[in-house]
Design a protein around this ligand. Structure first.
Ligand code: 13P
Length: 259
């Protein structure tokens, strides 16, 4: 069981109109009130203002799912860090596998975004994870290590406290296949070792490493019971309060609730 504070985040991806997002946000505000862990939701850009107003003064942080690598300028269709901050965004998810694989974002671009977000005082959730082919080839650890090292290039020791790493094996995202708690913990441990090499033992011990990939109410407790798993980045199950609230309220080390 992790000795670090748990951090549970919901990535709403490209779902929900403003009205639907507001309904979910209101429900979560009521149901996560008094919750023991750190919480964040990342709605689509078009719902940030609406959801941000509902989260203001609550224990749920407002996050964005991506941002441009440039501060501002002629970048049609992009969203800038300044625009996100203007809406009260506190954290940004960067390097999500859908950005890497569908939209071909590479480590250099992701690193530029990470540094820009930190410069502007945003927290970052940096996603890393291997594909099934890479796992089958025995490359899972090295892929995650490479993505971590590149993603954090130029990030100072003073900034590492604003970074959360999310290990999201690509083959587990939206597929219903979850990494076993043991397999996920092994990758988390190797990422923690990388952080130790780069920033020292204190930073390695402190950094929050979330697991993402088909996290559900019935598997969250066993995942969180592992020493190196400090939270979850949740996709599908974050779209309904009935599934996100029990994930947010998990008790580490407890067997899954019988439904
Ligand atoms: P699922 O929980 O739907 O597998 O998605 C995980 C994810 O990509 C969160 O960022």
């Amino acid at each position: 069981m992790s000795t670090r504070p748990y951090y549970i985040a919901g990535n709403w991806k490209m779902h929900k109109t403003r009205a639907e997002a507001a309904e979910l946000a209101k429900d979560l505000v009521a149901r996560l009130k008094g919750g023991k862990h750190k919480y964040l939701v990342a709605p689509g850009f078009t719902s940030l203002e609406t959801v941000g107003a509902l989260l203001s003064g609550t224990n749920i942080l407002l996050g964005a799912q991506n941002m441009a690598a440039e501060e501002q300028g002629a970048h049609t269709g992009e969203v800038s860090v300044l625009q996100l901050k203007d809406l009260g965004v506190r954290a940004v998810i960067l390097g999500h596998s859908e950005r890497r694989h569908i939209y071909k974002e590479d480590d250099a671009l992701i690193n530029k975004k990470v540094k820009l977000a930190l410069t502007h005082g945003l927290e970052v959730i940096l996603c890393v994870g291997e594909t099934l082919d890479e796992r089958d080839a025995g490359q899972a650890e090295v892929v995650c290590e490479t993505q971590t090292v590149w993603g954090l290039a130029g990030v100072s020791a003073g900034e590492i406290g604003s970074i959360t790493i999310a290990y999201e094996p690509v083959w587990a995202i939206g597929t219903g296949k979850t990494a076993t708690p043991e397999d996920a913990d092994a990758i988390h441990a190797s990422i923690r070792t990388v952080i130790g090499r780069l920033y020292g033992g204190g930073a390695a011990n402190k950094i929050i490493i979330q697991y993402g990939g088909s996290v559900k109410p019935d598997n969250v407790s066993l995942l969180m019971a592992k020493e190196n798993i400090d939270g979850a980045l949740v996709g599908g199950a974050a779209l309904k309060a009935d599934t996100f609230a029990p994930i947010a309220a998990f008790a580490a080390g407890q067997p899954p609730a019988v439904s």
